[in-house]
Design a protein around this ligand. Structure first.
Ligand SMILES: Cc1cc2nc3c(=O)[nH]c(=O)nc-3n(C[C@H](O)[C@H](O)[C@H](O)COP(=O)(O)O)c2cc1C
Length: 369
């Protein structure tokens, strides 16, 4: 156990501006993370990475997971696994690669993960979970943190004892997504459990689950006293949600000014940011919040260019489709765009039917409907 009080520097690295992007397998790749950072997302989390895969050299961290690392600090690399030796090895490799913290996934409900005793299954085996956390803690100097759920099912809502165990094992922060494994993503997250965990441990507690609007984030902080918020699905097609939350937190004096729209400049970001010059124009941000399609088109162009920095064109053309559907939510003609998605098989058709849709004026889009 080495969770002594955090130095100011590590507190800034770990908590940043306290408005974090959740790990989202299949979504929060390097491009999406850098995009969200443009809008002020604080500490970023990688998609879950198999500890086993990295430990045996099957997964190459830098090339495959961290190709845009220079734009991402502070960044947590998230591992899923239940073998202490693998966790030790991959944590060390991540630290050497430049990770600012290591996050252990003890929350994933997917059967392919839990059937082998990993992810949320770890909440059923506290002694093993403790060994795994302690192995990572002993291996690295950067902080190790844990992401957890409410528990396995309604009969085993052990978030409080699990968080206490994690703290004892040396975790420096816990992220609580208060649904049980059985709930997966259904029903509502029980924010009361975030408050319970916060009352029961000394390390920072990050609240996660069902933040869809800036007001939800404010409500979560006020109701639970959590030390930061983490946003997953709310960021789909709306990476500027982070900026909206930061603006609200600043207005309401949440987190003593740590969360403010210019907090991004204080993070360890490279000089090459920002990548979206339009952001300097306040009207542009307003137009995004008002869901103006041409402004969303500019965000999509950046999203595509970030994806193309680390994936090939065919893969980008395939992966951008789901994002285009999310970006188009509520816009006129969105149903037609969604129908066109299956036709987008290469960058040319993505440009024509995808980006073209957003960049056409709203009235033109209407005519095509
Ligand atoms: C598609 C998808 C992928 C996810 N991938 C991960 C992951 O890799 N690691 C993890 O800890 N949680 C993962 N989660 C859970 C989210 O990080 C988050 O805890 C959950 O979605 C609740 O937050 P939200 O309501 O803000 O989305 C994933 C969730 C979704 C919907």
């Amino acid at each position: 156990m080495k969770n002594l009080p955090l130095s100011r520097e590590s507190e800034e690295t770990l908590l940043g501006n306290r408005v974090m992007l959740a790990p989202l397998a299949g979504i929060s790749d390097a491009a999406f993370r850098v995009l969200c950072r443009q809008f002020g997302a604080g500490p970023l989390f990688t998609e879950m990475v198999s500890a086993h895969g990295v430990a045996i050299g099957r997964t190459r961290l830098l090339d495959e997971q961290l190709p845009l690392l220079e734009h991402e600090h502070p960044l947590a690399v998230q591992f899923v696994g239940n073998v202490p030796e693998f966790m030790e090895k991959c944590s060390r490799l991540a630290e050497d690669a430049g990770a600012d913290s290591i996050n252990l996934n003890m929350a994933c409900p997917a059967p392919k993960v839990t059937k082998s005793g990993k992810g949320a299954s770890m909440m059923n085996d506290l002694p093993l979970a403790k060994e795994v956390i302690a192995a990572a803690v002993a291996a690295v100097d950067v902080p190790v943190t844990v992401k957890m759920r409410a528990g396995w099912d309604g009969n085993s809502r052990n978030a409080v004892s699990f968080a206490q165990m994690a703290q004892e094992a040396g975790a420096m922060m816990v992220v609580v997504h208060p649904r049980t494994r059985k709930q997966a993503y259904s029903g509502l997250a029980d924010w009361g459990l975030i408050a319970d965990v916060k009352r029961s441990v000394d390390v920072p507690v990050i609240g996660n689950g069902d933040i869809k609007e800036p007001q939800d984030a404010l409500k979560m902080v006020r109701e639970t006293n959590c030390d930061g918020v983490m946003i997953g699905r709310g960021s789909y097609g709306r990476p500027w949600l982070f900026l909206e939350i930061l603006r609200l937190f600043e207005r309401e004096g949440i987190f003593d000014g740590a969360s403010s729209p210019d907090s991004i400049g204080k993070m360890r970001s490279p000089s090459s940011l920002p990548l979206l010059p339009e952001l300097a124009d306040g009207d542009f941000v307003e137009s995004l919040i008002g869901r103006q399609s041409t402004s969303i088109g500019a965000v999509i162009r950046l999203h595509l260019s970030l994806l193309l920095r680390h994936k090939d064109e065919a893969q980008v053309a395939k992966e951008i489709r789901k994002h285009l559907a999310w970006y188009s939510k509520g816009l006129p003609g969105a149903a037609k765009l969604r129908k066109d998605l299956s036709r987008m098989k290469d960058m040319e058709t993505v440009e024509k039917f995808g980006v073209g849709y957003f960049e056409a004026s709203a009235s033109e889009v209407g005519v095509h409907e």
